[in-house]
Design a protein around this ligand. Structure first.
Ligand SMILES: [Zn+2]
Length: 87
């Protein structure tokens, strides 16, 4: 990641966080953070670690809410995909 200021850094983290919850099924590997064994998209940190990085910039409560919101929207999208496949 190349960021020159907190806004760019937070924006990049937000996009990375969204990418941890893909719209379609895809491959996962172990998180790139040393010592973390959670699953992550290739060459990136898991949602938990990205949330921790985001928390350093915007505070833990907001970072957590953003992470949960992304997870919830992806879950709704999965339900929508299921709905499309059954109609
Ligand atoms: Zn991790």
């Amino acid at each position: 990641m190349i960021e020159s200021n907190p806004l760019d850094k937070a924006t990049s983290l937000f996009v990375d966080l969204q990418n941890q919850y893909p719209l379609y099924p895809t491959g996962f590997v172990t998180c790139s953070t040393e010592g973390c064994n959670r699953q992550a998209r290739i060459n990136n940190k898991c949602g938990h670690c990205l949330e921790a990085d985001m928390a350093k910039l915007i505070g833990a409560p907001l970072a957590h809410d953003l992470h949960m919101s992304i997870q919830e929207s992806r879950e709704l999208w999965r339900i929508a995909l299921d709905e499309l496949q059954t109609t």
